[in-house]
Design a binder for this molecule. Sequence first.
Ligand code: FAD
Length: 519
Amino acid sequence: LRNLVIVLGDQLDPDLSALDGFDDTRDIVWMAENETEATHVWCHKKRLVLFFAAMRHYRDDLEDHGMRVQYHALSADRRHDSGNDFKSILTASIRALKPRRLVMTECGDHRVQTMLANCAADHGLALQTRPDRHFYCDLAAFDSWSHQRQTLVLEDFYRAMRREHDVLMDADQPKGDTWNFDKANRKSFGREGPGDLPHVRRFRPDAVTKDVAHMVDARYLDHPGDTEGFDLPVTHDEARTALRDFVHQRLANFGPYQDALWTDLQFGYHSRLSAALNLHLISPRECVNAAVAAYDAGDTPINSVEGFIRQILGWREFVRGVYWREMPGYIQRNALDAQLPVPKAYWDGDTDMACIGDAMSNVLENGYAHHIQRLMVLGLFALNAGVHPRAFHDWHMAMYLDAIDWVSLPNALGMSQFGDGGLLGTKPYCASGNYINKMSNYCKNCRFDYRKATGENACPVTTLYWDFLDRNIDHFAANHRMVFQVKNLETKQKDPELMNDIRATARDLRRRIEKQEHI
Ligand code: FAD
């Protein structure tokens, strides 16, 4: 055998570079569902269904195109497994097939990349790693962009990407005469709420996906979530249908309402494309081009189109560049020395806090929460409380269907928990319950009072916010983006009795989180 071509579960790209020059008489594609990846983090059941169902469909596609695929499937009955971890399954295949070389496309996870390199070295085999064409920005280009800079600013990167790829540009100027429509894009749903939202296209599982769901139910019974109701795209065609559905039904309102929160809001006007994108069932270019086409057709406002493109061409590419530039050290960072575990409610959704309860019902039901539910509800509370950033990332990897190390880590540990000390965001996303009240209706139906930091019905978000600032004041005193918040804290500190009350209430909350008690 010439090449054993390794295809991982997040590389289901129809144009995968590892398959370039594939010769069916001399090469074999190798894919494996494996126990280690499924249990490395305590995965949501729908996440397992998504990966394995999409992998099996991809295998079928390759075989339909006449390629030889050696595919290791997990079976409902563990006794029928062909091995129980990635390395041992690969080792057995290498021994049996005796390839001259391993070929793969760049990984999405530093740990897996290292493990594969070690495995190749153990067998004295060359490992050829090819660039991942899925992304707009290759890793060398990101490195040379970032090394010319003191600080990494998304806005600079994003504008460079717009120019380089000629997206929404009129010659050298941005369409709509401005780069940023954030001001038009930060609306809440007001008093009335979102009203009737467009339905999100759901995909009925076929026989292949049902088989996977049956296997997951049999093997991973105690994992969070439920296979029932699985409805995500698992093929390229389905992913394209999901994109069309978003562009026609929701893109026009994406911009204004992307930050808005509301009880039982699951997807709102968001695309729900991240899982399909991250498994490479659809390419970022298709998504960006579809949004630009909607703008050019004249029926979709620029603030929504730009807002969506900013997420994909800007943030998504930016965090990937940061991940590979900063790993492996990045995962160890804990700038604020936060040590708590994630609250118990982050696993079971059982809490009296209306905001956390609502966001968690989305996470448990769909393995999904939209960006602001992640950043300004679940992330915010964890940050205020002092959850360990690595623990928050591990939890995120377990519970969200779109989580892959390269994208979860910078967002969870960096942007959300400030574990990197401000590399990704120049200020921490901390806030009191006041923010949540402004952006949602949660506080109206909550037993806590978002205005109160102490006393009987004090809001835990608010108590922990003041405590967070108080505990970390040395980190933020010189941060010009924190001036307002630090000033407010200093005013509070002028009342020592109040501050002592806040500290005592916060201590009790933090103790309960540590002990995994109900909040
Ligand atoms: P939309 O709101 O419709 O946005 C469109 C697309 O833009 C998304 O599908 C996604 O591909 C991309 N995008 C938007 N924001 C980001 C971002 N900050 N970083 C990278 N891509 C972005 N996104 C993931 O794909 N995987 C993760 O593991 C992940 N972890 C996150 C953890 C935290 C704590 C936070 C705050 C954000 C995280 N994000 C992650 C980013 C973002 O929240 C999700 O991409 C988004 O909510 C997915 O829903 P959607 O497809 O409806 O996105």
